[in-house]
Design a binder for this molecule. Structure first.
Ligand code: BGC
Length: 732
């Protein structure tokens, strides 16, 4: 941690929780009652000098058919109730051979679903907030914190995060995603998962693949061409897997081009295992298995959370020869070699208190790096506490806390689980109190924002009005439109009309539309801000932290500019289809490769705020671009902080391929977040991986670097690339 925790003023709730968590950790638990693993007993495979593959094979040689079947599916019911830690999934171990049970928990923005068991876990900012930092170190810290707490809570498998790109800005799970660009998603998630697995818990990447909306998630059929899929959705998975060596891949609920993802040989075997050389195991999403023999032969290795298809039916299929024993051995091998490689057998989790102070510190740093300043008219921000006599804080329960996203990624609010699976949970970090602390001599007043007349009256009587607005999103449903719910657009307009110094703070799952954009002075996108969100927002508002986040997703002006006016399954007349019906329907991704900013560019549409955009309290300039062809294209340039404050700039490099590639838009190929003191300049050199410049060839099932002239563009967002040059590449 880069800052001392001593003397941190944590909310009282957190202090109490720190004590509770210490007490809970000392209570006996199923995990501490587990049988010894091969770490404690001397088995032939206990020899750590052997490779994980050799060790796995030694175990398999001793296993009965029943024992093999045990490892390839989860269990629920009495056995799980007795032995599971209450996470999302439980796979019994083989005590006779020292193989531990797999205790799985969701862990995309922290360890989920723990509060009901009286335990505490850190609610980090959403994955999308983390991605908005464009900061690989921040991503690593985020993943490492999750891995540490997963371990401290006794689990050995962390189910997160997702590499699905944001194709659909109305998707209810966008807050779990890392953006719309495959390279940004792949790199950031790769670092995050590396951070998790470095804590010796098995990581997971989900939900493979093209699982880009929730409406009809069990029955939807994503339709997309092979080249487009490889260059977008699959590329994000491929990069993240390569960067992290993640141990498990979770296949998705949806069908892809007519085939269920969990029994798709193209996805599971041809791409993942053969082309990408993936050596971990594939588990289903919860209830996403649809068959025994086709799934096993396609490359599925484990069914979760039960053994409906991979329990007795798989045993029978192996006995009858429909599934070769070698395929079952491969499933088991993948599971065991991963356990050895990651360390969960040699160094099993040993339950201990979660440190809420460390967690809060990481959560605050990540949010500070991920908040995006979208507008700052008349340089209204940062606020000068000494010059303010009165501040109106309005809306979104800002007196109490900050919003979080719902579903299996929901980290319980400090103290308890509230509101059920899709419930609205506010993390106890009060922006109002944090603002008061920054401006102790100003009168800070709160208005709930439920009555625009009352809110605008308070705003009119205040020096500055800060309106907090929210958009709650959840796994299991999408938002019908990108408008803020509950008439909050009207609230903002009324407040802005009453006070010319109006600032809007957004707590949203992803992009929203802003009909009031010209009427307010300043806009901050804070995403779902996590357990120290209030403090991080206040630090940005008052300039203790200079904003440096950039949008990982395009913000459109209106739904009319998207590839689809409505989410498939939500068209008029289709209202009942998503959940109730089992009639499959197509989700037609005919925009193909033109996702997000590529769509806007190719279709000549102006977004509200472009991908990669974000302001700072200082300014940056770019100069001296050079691009030298070679084995790897190298791009170098200079970034200068031209303002009077220290700040960080995310310098982005984009490339337009030669015309023959047929891609009339630029691609992000690299970036670097550069910290610069006032007036300082730094050279930046980016080596571009040839893979990121290549196109997928469906005839050869490989990647081609098209020969010709490449345009290189460099700048601070996809919408502003002041430097440009051309460079020939010979292809290959
Ligand atoms: C979600 C997964 C999650 C699993 C276990 C499913 O509903 O789609 O992301 O890991 O539940 O909680």
């Amino acid at each position: 941690m880069d800052r001392s925790l001593v003397g941190k003023d944590l909310p009282t709730a957190l202090r109490i929780l720190a004590v509770l968590t210490l007490l809970a950790a000392s209570a006996p638990s199923p995990a501490s009652a587990q049988s010894p693993t091969s770490a404690q007993t001397n088995y032939p495979w206990s020899d750590r000098t052997l490779s994980p593959d050799a060790r796995a094979d030694l175990v398999i040689a001793q296993m009965t058919l029943d024992e093999k079947i045990t490892l390839v599916h989860g269990v629920e019911g009495p056995l799980a109730q007795q032995n599971s830690l209450g996470g999302a999934g439980y796979v019994p171990g083989i005590p006779r051979l020292g193989i531990p049970a797999l205790q799985m928990t969701d862990g995309r923005s922290g360890v989920a679903n723990i509060g009901s068991r009286g335990r505490y876990a850190t609610a980090l900012p959403s994955s999308l907030a983390n991605a908005a930092s464009w900061d690989l170190e921040s991503a690593y810290q985020y993943g490492a914190l999750i891995g540490t707490e997963v371990r401290d809570l006794g689990f050995n498998v962390s189910l997160g995060g997702t590499a699905n790109i944001i194709r659909e800005p109305r998707n209810g799970r966008n807050f779990e995603c890392l953006g719309e660009d495959p390279i940004l998603v792949g790199k950031m998630l790769g670092r995050e998962l590396k951070g998790t697995q470095d804590q010796q818990v098995i990581g997971n990447i989900n939900r493979y693949a093209v699982n880009d909306q929730e409406t009809g998630r069990f029955i939807g059929n994503s339709v997309i061409g092979k080249r487009a899929m490889q260059e977008t959705d699959l590329l994000a998975f491929q990069i993240a897997i390569k960067e992290s060596n993640v141990g498990t891949v979770m296949c998705a609920y949806n069908r892809l081009n007519g085939v269920y993802a969990c029994q798709d040989p193209y996805l599971l075997s041809d791409a993942l295992k053969k082309a990408w050389g993936y050596r971990g195991w594939v588990m289903t999403d919860w209830g996403a298995a649809h068959s025994t023999v086709p799934s096993a032969l396609a490359g599925l290795d484990q069914e979760m959370p039960t053994g409906r298809f991979f329990g007795d039916p798989l045993k029978a299929a192996v006995a009858s020869g429909q599934v070769p024993m070698a395929r079952l051995d491969d499933m088991v091998h993948r599971i065991l070699r991963t356990e050895f490689a990651v360390g969960v057998i040699d160094n099993p989790p040993d339950q201990r208190p979660v440190n809420p102070f460390t967690g809060a510190d990481v959560a605050e740093r990540v949010e500070e790096r991920g908040i995006v300043l979208l507008k700052n008219g008349h340089s209204q921000l940062p606020l000068d506490a000494a010059a303010l006599r009165s501040i109106a804080v309005i809306g979104a329960h800002a007196d109490m806390g900050v919003l979080s996203g719902a579903g299996s990624d929901q980290v319980d609010a400090a103290g308890a689980r509230v509101g059920g699976w899709q419930g609205v949970v506010w993390q106890p970090s009060s922006p109002f109190k944090a603002i008061q602390a920054k401006a102790p001599h100003a009168g800070v007043a709160y208005d709930a924002g439920t009555d625009p007349a009352a809110a605008s009256k308070l705003a009119a009587a205040s020096d500055v009005a800060i309106v907090f607005v929210q958009q709650h999103t959840s796994e299991g449903s999408d938002v019908a439109s990108l408008s803020l719910p509950d008439d909050q657009d009207q609230l903002i307009s009324r407040v802005a009309a009453a006070n010319p110094h109006t600032i809007v703070v957004l707590e949203t799952g992803g992009p929203v539309t802003m009909p009031w954009v010209d009427d307010v002075n300043a806009i901050l996108e804070a995403w779902y801000p996590g357990i120290r969100g209030g403090e991080a927002i206040a630090s940005i508002l008052f300039g203790d932290v200079n904003p440096s986040g950039k949008l990982p997703v395009t913000f459109p002006k209106s739904e009319a500019d998207l590839p689809r006016l409505r989410i498939p399954g939500m068209e008029p007349g289709a209202a009942a289809r998503p959940k109730a019906s089992s009639v499959p329907f197509d989700i037609d991704y005919s925009e193909g490769m033109k996702v997000g900013y590529r769509w806007f560019e190719a279709e000549h549409k102006q977004p509200l705020f472009p991908f990669g955009f974000g302001l700072s309290y200082t300014t940056f300039s770019y100069s001296d671009l050079r691009a030298s062809p070679g084995k790897d294209l190298t791009v170098s340039f200079i970034v200068t902080n031209t303002g009077a404050r220290a700040g960080a700039e995310v310098a982005q490099a984009y490339v337009v391929l030669p015309q023959t590639a047929g891609e009339p838009f630029k691609r992000l190929v690299a970036w670097q977040k550069v910290d610069l003191a006032a007036g300082e300049n730094k050279p930046v050199t980016l080596m571009i991986d040839p893979h990121y410049l290549s196109i997928f060839n469906v005839d050869t099932n490989g990647w081609d670097l098209v020969p010709g002239e490449y345009q290189v563009l460099v700048g601070g967002s996809s919408g502003s690339t002041p430097l440009t040059t051309r460079v020939p590449l010979s292809g290959g």
